[in-house]
Design a protein around this ligand. Structure first.
Ligand code: NAP
Length: 324
């Protein structure tokens, strides 16, 4: 594949930026990768594992002469970072972000950008519960969606070039309105994370009562919740604070449904429960058919039971399971 950008600046060097660096290198998509992170420790780790061609101490240095700038910091830090780099962006450069929320991020970044750059917001629907520069890997975006949410008037050529980069990283790219993105993600990712956090919190309270039986006998359902609830606290705090309206809307609906199920259990309405679970089962099937998860036993997780190739493949899908 030909080189799409001469110099990419990664501002933030965690799971997502690190995975982008690996994926861009895998296919030779860019001539040079420059990276920076606010802490000396993260910069030193990135240098040690040779994550980028060059590591700079400041974001201002990193974006000098870059034709693509990627903001890969928590959603709540986007405004400050954009304010810092905005005046130093090269004319004609594209700036993008990988934040899990789009409307708030656009509102944070937009005002700090000069008129001579192209802003194409983005969100890769891929992740794990791990963070930091060592957690990145080249396959993270393979066959996963990346949603781009350019506003009206964005240069289509800039969007097309960024799309080509993500496709080169293995992703399936789609364009979407930012508000719609936030509502969709509130359903598919943000609210489920909040529910997982809550369930693990409840079990933790219970654990104190039952003296670690919750851990000892933890079944697959609960273990999946614990994996999701192990996700980065800063990132998720920011996601909920910035996608407030959509998350509250979906949480309201969730609570109503939960009450209906609670009532069905209390009144012994088995028909309601059975109909409900039949409907939800069909959703699981369509996710598997769309290639976005595996139907291997135990979601492909767990060592001893999976010795064959299919299980190995499933493990890859499971490794990438904790997206946002
Ligand atoms: P990460 O592994 O935790 O790395 C975060 C990076 O941001 C680090 O370089 C960190 O710097 C820097 N950072 C943290 N707080 C900052 C602040 N206040 N100001 C400036 N820099 C700061 O994070 P990640 O998982 O790659 O997530 C990055 C972005 O991708 C987030 O916006 C998140 O919403 C989005 N995203 C995440 C996932 C996921 O599953 N993880 C999936 C899709 C999108 P230091 O290490 O130097 O402190």
């Amino acid at each position: 594949m030909s080189v799409l950008y001469q110099r990419v600046a990664l501002v933030g060097l965690g799971l997502i930026a690190g995975s982008m660096a690996h994926a861009m290198r895998r296919k030779g998509l860019v001539a040079e990768i420059v990276g920076t992170s606010r802490s000396a420790e993260t910069r030193a780790t990135a240098a040690e594992i040779n994550l980028c061609d060059r590591i700079t101490e400041t974001a201002v240095e990193a974006v000098q002469g870059a034709d693509l700038v990627v903001l890969a910091v928590p959603v709540g830090a986007m405004a400050a970072v954009a304010a810092e780099v905005g005046p130093h962006l090269a004319p004609g450069a594209t700036i993008t972000d990988v934040g899990s929320v789009k409307r708030d991020v656009i509102d944070q970044i937009g005002p700090h950008l000069p008129a001579h750059v192209h802003f194409v917001p983005g969100h890769p629907l891929a992740g794990t519960e791990h963070s930091g520069p060592r957690s990145g890997f080249a396959e993270l975006f393979d066959n996963r969606y990346v949603l781009l949410t350019p506003e009206d008037g964005t240069d289509p050529a800039a969007t097309a070039r960024l799309r080509a980069l993500w496709e080169g990283c293995g992703a399936i790219v789609e364009e979407m309105d930012a508000d719609h993105h936030d509502l969709v993600l509130a359903v598919t990712s943000h609210t489920p994370h909040l529910i997982a956090y809550t369930m693990v919190g409840v079990a933790d309270d219970l654990r104190r009562v039952t003296d670690s039986e919750v851990i000892k006998y933890s079944a697959a359902g609960f273990r999946d919740f614990t994996r999701i609830a192990a996700s980065d606290p800063t990132m998720w705090r920011d996601v909920f604070l910035s996608n407030k309206d959509a998350t509250l809307e979906i949480l309201g609906r969730f609570t109503e449904e939960l009450f209906a199920l609670q009532r069905a259990i209390r009144t012994g309405d088995g028909e309601h429960l059975h109909e409900y679970f039949t409907r939800t089962r069909a959703i699981r099937r369509s996710i598997i058919e769309a290639g976005q998860d595996t139907d291997a036993p135990n979601f492909g997780r767990g060592g001893a039971k999976k010795a064959d190739g299919a299980a190995k493949k499933a493990d890859g899908a499971a490794k990438k399971g904790g997206d946002t």
